[in-house]
Design a protein around this ligand. Sequence first.
Ligand SMILES: Cc1ncc(COP(=O)(O)O)c(C=O)c1O
Length: 563
Amino acid sequence: MMDCPTATPLHLLSLQLGFAKNWRGRRRTRNLCIPQERALDLEKKQDDDGSRLRKASSVAKHQTLISKSSRIDREEGLPPLVSALKASAEQNAAAFHFPGHNRGRAAPSSLSNLIGLRPFIHDLPELPELDNLFSPQGPILEAQIQAAKLFGASETWFLVGGTTCGIQAAIMATCFPGQYIILPRNSHISAISGMILSGAVPKYIVPEYDHNWDITGAVTPSQVAKAIKELELEGEKPAAVFITSPTYHGICSNVREVSQLCHSCGIPVIVDEAHGAHLGFHPQMPHSALQQGADLAIQSTHKVLSSLTQSSMLHMSGDIVDRERINRCLQTLQSTSPSYLLLASLDAARAQLGKNPEIIFDKPLELAMEAKILIKKILGVNVLDMSSFSACPAIDPLRLTIGFWPLGLSGYEADDILDRDHHVIAELVGTQSITFAINLGTCRDHILRLVSGLKELSAHYLRIQKSKKSVDDGVCAPFDDICMCSTPRDAFFANKRRVSIKESLGKVSGELICPYPPGVPLLIPGEVITKRALDYLLDVMSNGAVISGASDPKLCSIVICDV
Ligand SMILES: Cc1ncc(COP(=O)(O)O)c(C=O)c1O
């Protein structure tokens, strides 16, 4: 309490009891703001002092209202932000605010007939009782505190721009223009845009690559150590180390050793944990990035957990990274009109997980195991496991990646068949494989449908003996021969011109082009365009991959830097 002189019993009380109503005075009491890490301490203190505070009578009017709303919260057991949203939407308000659908009254019927009016009724703006994402003091603060507790963070930020904006903010908050960041070359596109925004200079690591699967694996601590050493020889020290763990395919890196190594040099570790919000919640799962000592971990709560698409969380641990810089960067990157449906869905997903964190994944894990056992018995298909990657310390048991090359099928062909004939829809399709995501909603029927689809596919293609696809045929590691001519930021802002794809060979890319999914850029602004990268792009495109970022979607031409 001491370093927050304006905090009052009301503030303490409201922190503890919830904020569903009567936060209208918030704008008048802005400097009551308690930094979130302080609030975490306070929360603990309030656990001790709670009953005394609950009886305090000096703030009768406010207390009555807050107690009333908190009674509703407690009775219904709703998470704080969900509860605040409910209470706010239930008010009989004469609404003269945005959004213009006016709490559903003017909802376009084509959509409301589909999803009903309730999403519109709860699609509210930043009303005082709903708190403010960029200066949280009410239900958003409380929801973030509860998330931080569950995920083991010192502070958690809710994101409405996905993990994409969290990664961009993390890079901007750790790297000043011209400073180095060590990262794998197959990082998600958001890490590249993070460097464009921050002006950070990449020092790439090329992770392990398996030709059979056409999949990249883990980053090793020794690769990170080598990169730090090489920079040291040039008189440089990286401002941050960025790694992706787990990858889209569930492959984990040894975040613990990377963190120990980096911390011994005072370097913060950022982990793109977009695919790992569930990690660490079950003994059969790999540990989470924070459990292994990462400083920042950004998770797509919407990917494996159950929040709405686009909602993510940025977690911080320790104090190497300046929280104020994170705040500023997030405020720069996110909408000033964050969706409360997204924010409340984060709160709800946290509450869902927090109810039974030790057992909630029992069933999905069981189903994943059952699927793997059944699929391994099918001839002609392979199941990805750790044996393909010597440097991989763990793999996400809820990711199921199946290879089809022994049947002479690409991942794209197999995906078409599974979708068309069995209506089995995968998460990620690659040249050699398909990846299926198993989650809290996965049911046995769907697993069995997948298995029977694979059995049929295998029987058919074993019978017709399609010529086996050579794994080296058009499929090779696309990242091995990187030559960077300018930083992503300089290239992004350089003068550019368009040339034919043939002419582009050996020139400096002016575009960020990546097959999506997985969203890993093949061409990054500032890099020399290689034959290998072009061949790979054309190969995956002819196989049906969507190419994002290319100004000519047919890839007949490409934009290069005029250097
Ligand atoms: C490895 C990785 N990082 C980051 C992201 C971005 O996450 P989001 O979609 O939540 O912005 C993705 C998205 O697919 C991803 O695969």
